[in-house]
Ligand binder design. Sequence first.
Ligand SMILES: [Zn+2]
Length: 320
Amino acid sequence: METPNSLGKISGWENMERNILAKIFGMLNVIDIIKGASRVCVSWFLASHDKALWKTIDLSNHKSIISRDPDNLDVLSDDEEHQYELRNILSEIAKFNSSVTTNLVFDYRYYIQEEELAIIAPRMPNVQKLSLPLYRNINDNSLMLTFSQWKNLQTLVITQPGLPYSDANFRAIGENCKSLTSLKLIRPLNNDLAYQIVSYFSNLKNLSLRGTALWSRELLWLVTYHQNLKNLNLLHCLYIDSKGFTRVYYDNNIKSKGLDTENIVQTATQKLDTFIVCPNHCETCNELRGRMQGGWDFYYNYCSLSNEQWKTDEIKELEF
Ligand SMILES: [Zn+2]
């Protein structure tokens, strides 16, 4: 029969074993832990709850996770046997993460719905860095409820699972997340969006609109009236002047003559610490312009570039 002393030794040994297991599990991805390792035995199950494993939850580049747009039943992989619904995965994660998650990363292709937000928001109240694909389907009340639980948010990247629309309402985010200082948006900057950024994100220091389309008058307005902005990334952007779309086909560098952008360059250079634009002969932009043939190509090529490269950013706070 075991004495209390030997029990203590066993417990210490188990503890060490659990720590080693947790370190090994740190090399696995989320799916491997919740669908594999945690189901092997009790000690592996307990090790799977180690808090260090759940600080960052990276759900990007998982071919096994399906997130369906009800109107478009494309799936991410053909391997039916090893596919899991995003909603199911999130429910499982919520049993493990003990509210410790600070970094949450969604793939830009996921079609997030209100149900997904309702699962994660209350279980992840300490999220500080988030990439979230937001489409037009989420209603304002749901956004308000979600972001009211994410008051510690500091860095946010909003992607879209399809062609970017700019008519989303970001009031819920701005009103709740006063610590938000870094924001990246992959959607065209029009009048409405410029107004929302200035009004709702007044504490913003870093803004990236990398690879999107910008109406030059609205961009000037944003740069002029945002009080706290320090760093602005406009790499690979398309500038649309007040005369319309077709101007973008000729010469798209912000410093080119003929585009209505001189005031922007002047104001941004004076006001900001860092103002990132393309070099005079940007190979990426040249290639994209070469591919453009019509209005939809324009959006498709530019926005697919910015979606695919959403993890990359010249502002380090916005890198994932
Ligand atoms: Zn470029």
